[in-house]
Design a protein around this ligand. Structure first.
Ligand SMILES: Cc1ncc(C[n+]2csc(CCOP(=O)(O)OP(=O)(O)O)c2C)c(N)n1
Length: 659
C-alpha cells in the first residue's frame, strides 16, 4: 500500500537530514537512515511511549539502535520529535569535536540515546538486558509504574555477530515478550551482498530460538504499523524482518554498498532529493512536516501525567524505595551491615579463597541491597555468585534475582550493561577471569558508558592449578587495566574482598572487575579498621615503616610477599609490603600519599602471578618483577608457584639484586 503524502514527508525529513549531515561532515552512513526512515517514522510517531520533555521518565519505552553506524536515524528523529538538546545545530555538527552527535550514538551525549552502540550486535544484548530489567522491576513495583516495551533496530551485521545468538537464545528462553527486534533486512553490508557471506534463514533461526516472527515490507508504513502494534500482544519476543532498500531514494546508489558508509556526493544527493520530492534547503524541514513530528512528540505527555499520578498513589515507602532504586543510591541499611560484618571478619579471621569471601560478602550485601541481580555464565559453583537471596529469574518467575546466563560470557556482559542502563538494578555476573577475553568488547562498553556493572571473575591466576594454561589468566590483569575507567580489584583476603565489594557498589559510574582466587588464602587484615583501606588502591599491610625493601603485591601474592619480607627481616634487612588491591586507584592518589606509603627504599619488588606489564610505573628502571613470563601449566597450584618462582625466596632474590 502506498504511504500517504504526510507519511512520506515525515520519513523524507529523516532522509533529508541524514543526507545533509553526512554530506556536511564528509563522512558517515546515509544508507541505514534512508532505508529505515519509514520504520523510524512509524515507531517514533505512532507506537513508542516516551516524552521528549521528560526524557528520563522511568516508564518510557526504550529504543536501541544496535546498528550504531546509522546514528543519523536517531539524531534526526530526536530533533524532529523535539528533544531540546537535539538541535539543528547539533545535526549540522554531526561527527565534529565537542558535538553531541558523535559518529556512533554515545550514552550521556543526547538525552534520547539509551546506550552506546557501534560495535555490532552489542545493542541487541543491551536491549535484552533492558527487557529483563523491566520484567524484574515490574514484578517488584507493579505494572502501574513499570510497564514498558523495549524496541531494538539491528542490521545484517548485528545478526552475524556471535553475541546476537547469545542474547537471542536467552531472550527466547526467558520469553521476554516485551522485547521487539526489528531487522533492517536490506541484504547489503560493507563488502557487498549479505549472500557473499551468509545464507541463514533468519526467521527460522529466531523461531528455533523461541521467538515469534513476522516478515514485512519496511517501506510500507501501514504494514510497519500493524507489525509494531501487534508486538505489544506477543507472547514471546518478536522478530520483525523488515525488507528495506539501503539508501532508499538515491537513484544510482540505493540497494548497493556504495550508500552504506560514505556521503552521497553532490550530484547523487541532488538526484536523491529530486527523486524523493524534497525541495527544501539543507537542514530546513518545512513547517507542516516539523509540526507533525513535534505533535507526535507530545503524544505520550498525558500518559506521563497519568503515570506520575499512579506513582504518587503508591504507598509512600514503596514510592521512596522505587525512587531510591532509580537514583542508584544504596539503602540506609547497607553501611551499618557492612561495618558490622567487617568487625566480625576481623575477629573470625577466615582462611578462605577470595571467591568464597566474595560470596560471604554477597550474603551480607544481598540481604540489605535488594537491587543486586546476580548471575553466572554457567559457573555458579565456581564463581560463588549465588546466595540464599538469589532465586532464579525465569520465564515464569520474574521476581528472581539470579540470572542463569548459560555459557554466554559476552552476552552476559552486554546484558548486564542493558540492565544497568535501564536503572533500578545493580547487575553482577561471574565467569573465570581468563574468559574476560570472551566478554571484553562488552566490558569496554561498560567503561565507556560508565555503568555500575560488577564482573565477578574467579580463578584469577595459575593458582587455579590443574586446569592448566587454557584456564590460567596470565596477561588478563594487565589487559583489563589497560581499559580506561575500568576498576580492576584484586583482594588479598576476606577483609579486602569486602572492601572491594564496597568500592564496586559505591562507584555509581564505574564498572568493576573483581579478580578472585580459587585457592584458600590466609587472613591478613586481622585488626578491625573502619576505613576502607583498599579504596586508596594501595596501603602498607606489613613490615617496617621505613624500609630498605618495598614489596608491592596483589591478591593471592600478598601473603607470599609478606613471607618474603619476613625472610628479609630475618637477614637483618628492613622490609615492608604494600598491598595493592587496585593499581589504578593507587596511581590515582596524590604523589604525597604514594610517597608516604612507599618511602625511600633501596629496592623495589612487585609480585603478581601474571605478566609484569602494568608495574613499570611503580618499579621504575631499577625495580624487579616476580611473576609470569609465559603461559602457565597444568599441575597442582603449590607446584606451579614453585616452578615459576613466585615464592618468598623469589622475592628475597629480587630484592637482594638491588641491595
Ligand atoms: C563488531 C563490529 N565489527 C565490524 C564493524 C564495522 N562495520 C560497521 S557497519 C558494518 C556492516 C554492517 O552491515 P549491515 O548491518 O547490513 O548495515 P547496513 O550496511 O545495512 O547499514 C561493519 C562491518 C563494527 N561496527 N562492529
Amino acid at each position: 500500500m502506498p504511504n500517504s503524502k504526510t507519511a512520506d514527508d515525515m520519513a523524507n525529513a529523516i532522509r533529508s537530514l541524514a543526507m545533509d549531515a553526512v554530506e556536511k561532515a564528509n563522512s558517515g552512513h546515509p544508507g541505514l537512515p534512508m532505508g529505515c526512515a519509514d520504520i523510524a517514522t512509524v515507531l517514533f510517531t505512532k507506537i513508542m511511549k516516551f516524552d521528549p520533555k521528560n526524557p528520563t521518565w522511568p516508564d518510557r519505552d526504550r529504543f536501541v539502535l544496535s546498528a550504531g553506524h546509522g546514528s543519523m536515524l536517531l539524531y534526526a528523529s530526536l530533533y524532529l520529535l523535539g528533544y531540546d538538546d537535539a538541535t539543528i545545530n547539533q545535526l549540522e555538527n554531526f561527527r565534529q569535536l565537542g558535538s553531541k552527535t558523535a559518529g556512533h550514538p554515545e550514552y550521556h551525549f543526547l538525552k534520547g540515546i539509551e546506550t552506546t552502540t557501534g560495535p555490532l550486535g552489542q545493542g541487541i544484548a543491551n536491549a535484552v538486558g533492558m527487557a529483563i530489567a523491566e520484567a524484574k522491576l515490574a514484578s517488584e513495583f507493579g505494572g502501574d509504574v513499570v510497564d514498558h516495551h523495549t524496541w531494538c533496530l539491528c542490521g545484517d551485521g548485528c545478526l552475524m555477530e556471535g553475541i546476537s545468538q547469545e542474547a537471542i537464545s536467552l531472550a527466547g528462553h526467558l520469553r521476554l515478550n516485551k522485547l521487539t527486534l526489528i531487522w533492517d533486512n536490506n541484504g547489503i553490508t560493507i563488502d557487498g551482498h549479505v549472500s557473499n557471506a551468509d545464507s541463514t534463514d533468519q526467521l527460522r533461526r529466531f523461531e528455533a530460538s523461541g521467538w515469534n516472527t513476522v516478515a514485512i515490507d519496511g517501506h510500507d508504513q501501514a504494514a510497519v504499523e500493524k507489525a509494531l502494534s501487534d508486538a505489544r500482544k506477543s507472547d514471546k519476543p518478536l522478530f520483525i524482518a523488515a525488507k528495506t532498500t539501503i539508501g532508499f531514494g538515491a537513484p544510482n546508489k540505493q540497494g548497493t554498498e556504495k550508500v552504506h558508509g560514505s556521503p552521497l556526493g553532490k550530484d547523487e544527493l541532488a538526484a536523491a532529493k529530486k527523486a524523493l520530492g524534497i525541495t527544501y534547503p539543507a537542514f530546513e524541514i518545512p513547517k507542516d512536516t516539523l509540526d507533525a513530528w513535534r505533535a507526535a512528540g507530545t503524544r505520550s505527555a498525558n500518559a506521563f501525567g497519568a503515570w506520575q499520578g499512579r506513582l504518587a498513589g503508591l504507598d509512600s515507602a514503596k514510592k521512596a524505595e522505587f525512587e531510591r532504586r532509580l537514583r542508584g543510591d544504596l539503602p540506609a541499611a547497607y553501611g551499618p551491615a557492612i561495618d558490622a560484618y567487617k568487625q566480625k571478619l576481623s575477629a573470625d579471621k577466615p582462611k578462605v579463597a577470595t571467591r568464597k569471601s566474595s560470596q560471604m560478602a554477597l550474603d551480607v550485601i544481598n540481604a540489605v541491597v535488594p537491587e543486586t541481580v546476580g548471575g553466572s555464565a554457567d559457573l555458579t559453583g565456581s564463581n560463588l555468585t549465588n546466595t540464599p537471596q538469589t532465586l532464579p529469574f525465569t520465564d515464569s518467575d520474574r521476581t528472581g534475582r539470579y540470572m542463569r546466563y548459560g555459557i554466554r560470557e559476552h552476552g552476559m556482559s552486554a546484558i548486564m550493561n542493558g540492565m544497568a542502563l535501564h536503572k533500578g538494578l545493580i547487575p553482577y555476573g561471574g565467569t573465570f577471569l581468563v574468559f574476560t577475553d570472551y566478554a571484553r568488547p562488552a566490558i569496554r562498553l561498560s567503561a565507556i558508558m560508565k555503568q555500575r556493572v560488577i564482573y565477578v571473575m574467579t580463578h584469577d591466576s595459575i593458582g587455579l592449578g590443574e586446569d592448566g594454561p587454557t584456564h590460567q589468566p596470565v596477561e588478563h590483569l594487565a589487559a583489563l587495566r589497560a581499559i580506561p575507567d575500568l576498576r580492576v580489584l584484586r583482594p588479598a583476603d576476606a577483609v579486602e574482598a569486602l572492601e572491594c565489594w564496597q568500592i564496586a557498589l559505591e562507584s555509581k559510574d564505574h564498572p568493576t572487575i573483581l579478580a578472585l582466587s580459587r585457592q584458600n588464602l590466609p587472613a591478613l587484615r586481622t585488626e578491625y579498621v573502619k576505613e576502607n583501606l583498599s579504596a586508596k588502591g594501595g596501603y602498607k599491610i606489613f613490615g617496617d615503616d621505613k624500609a630498605d625493601v618495598v614489596i608491592f603485591a596483589t591478591g593471592s601474592e600478598v601473603a607470599i610477599a609478606i613471607d618474603g619480607a619476613k625472610l628479609l627481616q630475618a637477614k637483618g634487612k628492613s622490609a615492608k609490603v604494600v598491598s595493592v588491591p587496585s593499581l589504578e586507584l593507587f596511581m590515582a592518589q596524590s604523589d604525597d600519599y604514594r610517597a608516604s606509603v612507599i618511602g625511600a627504599p633501596k629496592a623495589l619488588v612487585a609480585v603478581e602471578a601474571g605478566i609484569g606489564l602494568s608495574w613499570g610505573r611503580l618499579l621504575g628502571e631499577k625495580g624487579h618483577f616476580v611473576g609470569m613470563h609465559s603461559f602457565g601449566a597444568s599441575a597442582p597450584a603449590e607446584q606451579l608457584y614453585e616452578y615459576f618462582g613466585i615464592t618468598p625466596q623469589g622475592v628475597v632474590e629480587a630484592a637482594t639484586l638491588q641491595l
